[in-house]
Design a binder for this molecule. Structure first.
Ligand SMILES: Nc1nc2c(ncn2[C@@H]2O[C@H](COP(=O)(O)OP(=O)(O)OP(=O)(O)O)[C@@H](O)[C@H]2O)c(=O)[nH]1
Ligand SMILES: [Mg+2]
Ligand SMILES: [Zn+2]
Length: 335
């Protein structure tokens, strides 16, 4: 089935019909949303263009995966979504409704459209590595997005085996900036397993999406956690030591005590709808000083008695973090 374009009246009629279908068997007094949530019988594991893989949540089905289409009037669905589905013709199913999303992680693509990555996650695990070279501004953008969604951020330096001498010092300096701000930082190695156990302890009972540049080893880490090859891993390009965009679609994996969502690596991370206030609050060390500058509308650039500038002088805010803040501010102002 290809996605049909529906007129507004058709879409409204279908939505009304679905709603009555959904509540018809519920006990009276249940809210429609509550009824819908309790009827969710599937979770989206992955998607491929118009088709989605849905895990049958009926316990008796033993984790069966059904290839599904979605009804045309539903919004774009994403890995992690809870849905109501039913068996269609032949082997495929039809997704009828989308359950509530506890959280929705996404970013803007180059064209400025929101690109959804995963929903219903508790933790965003931001993977970096000595190679490909990490960028603080990229990390900071991710952190602002994570803070604005009130999700937990874990910063993970993978490929410990590639860290030596000068590189190790440079990376340690960068990581310590985030540790000082209060982020949990893990140093691990997907190749030899170092640091994996303590990272696993932080993931227990949670759903975690792995994000970061292409080639940092998100999929390799998932294989290390799973003790087998469940996600495809691709070599870095020999010319530029960059990732080769091996993972092309977000995919959910069940591990013994937690769920992981692998996601395609990115080159740039553009924030979606983030207000200036959310941006400021996305820098924890600045948020803790909110409202204490002399001028209420202080831009924290050249005003007198600016506590942010004072904190930079006192080494409580790293100048590179403040530079990141201004850079992101400029990018959201010019949207
Ligand atoms: N030396 C070393 N190489 C690693 C480690 N982890 C991953 N790699 C290598 O890094 C390359 C990229 O790994 P992937 O797991 O495909 O990276 P990814 O982040 O999933 O990349 P995309 O799917 O493109 O986003 C592969 O050649 C891996 O073998 C590590 O701990 N040490
Ligand atoms: Mg990958
Ligand atoms: Zn100020």
């Amino acid at each position: 089935m290809t996605k049909r374009k529906l007129s507004r009246a058709q879409a409204a009629r279908i939505a009304e019909k679905q709603k009555s279908e959904l509540i018809s068997n519920e006990e009276s007094g249940d809210s429609i949303a509550g009824a819908l949530q309790s009827r969710c019988n599937g979770r989206i594991i992955s998607h491929f263009g118009q088709q989605l893989d849905v895990e049958n949540l009926d316990l008796a089905a033993g984790g069966e995966i059904i290839r599904c289409h979605q009804r045309a009037n539903l919004p774009a669905l994403v890995t992690g979504d809870l849905v109501v589905w039913k068996q269609g013709e032949a082997e495929t199913g039809i997704i009828l409704a989308l359950g509530d999303r506890k959280s929705l992680f996404g970013r803007l693509n180059a064209a400025g459209d929101m690109k959804l990555v995963a929903s219903n996650v508790d933790i965003v695990l931001l993977v970096i590595a000595p190679l490909p070279q990490p960028f603080m501004n990229l990390i900071d953008r991710y952190l602002v997005a994570i803070e604005s969604l009130h999700l937990q951020a874990l910063l993970v330096m993978n490929k410990l085996d590639l860290l030596e001498n000068e590189k190790a010092e440079e990376m340690d300096k960068m990581l310590s900036i985030y540790e000082q701000v209060g982020y949990e930082v893990h140093r691990v190695c997907a190749s030899d397993g170092r640091g994996i156990e303590s990272l696993e302890a932080a993931l227990n009972g949670k759903t975690t999406v792995l994000v970061g540049q292409s080639g940092v080893g998100k999929s390799a880490l998932i294989n290390r956690f799973g003790l087998e090859t469940i996600a495809e891993v691709g070599a870095l390009s020999t010319a530029h030591d960059q990732g080769t965009h091996t993972t092309t679609t977000a995919k959910l994996f069940h591990l013994s005590h937690y769920d992981l969502i692998d996601s395609p690596g990115i080159r740039e991370f553009s924030l979606g709808q983030v207000s200036q206030q959310q941006l400021f609050d996305g820098f924890r060390e600045m948020k803790s000083l909110a409202g204490r500058c002399k001028f209420r509308d202080c831009s924290h650039r050249t005003e007198p008695d600016c506590v942010i500038q004072q904190a930079v002088v006192a080494a409580e805010i790293h100048p590179q973090r403040l530079a990141s803040y201004f850079q992101i501010l400029q990018s959201i102002e010019s949207k």
